[in-house]
Design a protein around this ligand. Structure first.
Ligand code: 13P
Length: 252
């Protein structure tokens, strides 16, 4: 069975002092939930502080973005080997990066290859906008994101990838997808696409998270679905008790 993975994407929130405070509240409750892979993704500036607090806790640390090149004249960017010094996970192609910072399926693909090369676990985000959803184009959009974003990945290492299905209309809106709708996209669009690229066995091993207005109240609706293997949590990951409840709900 696939082990659930729940990651908290803090987005652009928390100073170093605030990050320390949040982690101090999360640490012991999260350490107890060993049956779920738990990951925190603070902003870059807090990584060092959070990494020393998480040392030996079994809780993973991730970044929200990185560049694909190893070094060079890329002002403002962070390289995979720099990430690897502190983290084991990287979120790639979040819809906010696609919408506001020009991320494309092509850059997603470069970052994915860089993450795999540097032994980072990539959490690759896909998902349709409200317009695309309402015009019945979800499958088309998600398939294109997967086929282009995951191009040329060696099937032998593909099971290390985590996919996050985050319908853009559900992010930060308080209007989560239904568990049934998300499960349908996971099971009938994403997993078959992964199977086409990497073979059925690898596709079955890849974890597919749901993200978009996940809360303590709706988490079990998602985790009870056959093809939902975890969650990528935004706003609720900034609330220690709520995030802990979500992670608890992911225990199989
Ligand atoms: P919310 O949980 O705040 O809707 O954000 C989801 C998300 O974008 C996580 O990456």
């Amino acid at each position: 069975m696939r082990k659930s993975i729940v990651a908290g994407n803090w987005k652009m929130n928390k100073t170093v002092a605030e990050a320390r405070e949040l982690v101090s509240k999360l640490l012991s409750p999260l350490m107890e939930i060993i049956d779920v892979e738990r990951v925190l993704c603070p902003p870059f500036t807090s990584l060092f502080a959070v990494s020393s607090m998480l040392d030996g806790s079994g809780i993973g640390l991730g970044v929200q973005n990185m560049h694909w090149e190893e070094k060079g004249a890329f002002t403002g960017e962070i390289a995979p080997n720099m990430v690897k010094e502190l983290c084991n996970y990287v979120i790639i192609g979040h819809s906010e990066r696609r919408t506001y910072f020009g991320e494309t399926n092509v850059t997603v693909n470069k970052k994915l290859h860089a993450a795999l090369k540097h032994d980072l676990t990539p959490i690759v985000c896909v998902g349709e906008t409200l317009d695309e959803y309402e015009s019945g184009r979800t499958s088309e959009v998600v398939l294109r994101q997967i086929n282009l974003g995951f191009a040329d990945v060696d099937p032998a290492i593909a099971s290390r990838i985590v996919v996050a299905y985050e319908p853009v209309w559900a992010i930060g809106t308080g209007k989560a997808s239904s568990g049934e709708n998300a499960n349908q996209v996971h099971g009938q669009v994403i997993r078959p696409a992964l199977s086409g690229l990497f073979g059925e066995e690898n596709a079955q091993a890849i974890r597919i998270q749901y993200g978009g207005s996940v809360t303590a109240a709706n988490a079990s609706e998602f985790f009870s679905q056959s093809d939902i293997d975890g969650a990528l949590v935004g706003g609720a990951s900034l609330k220690p008790e709520e995030f802990t409840s979500i992670v608890k709900a992911a225990v199989k």
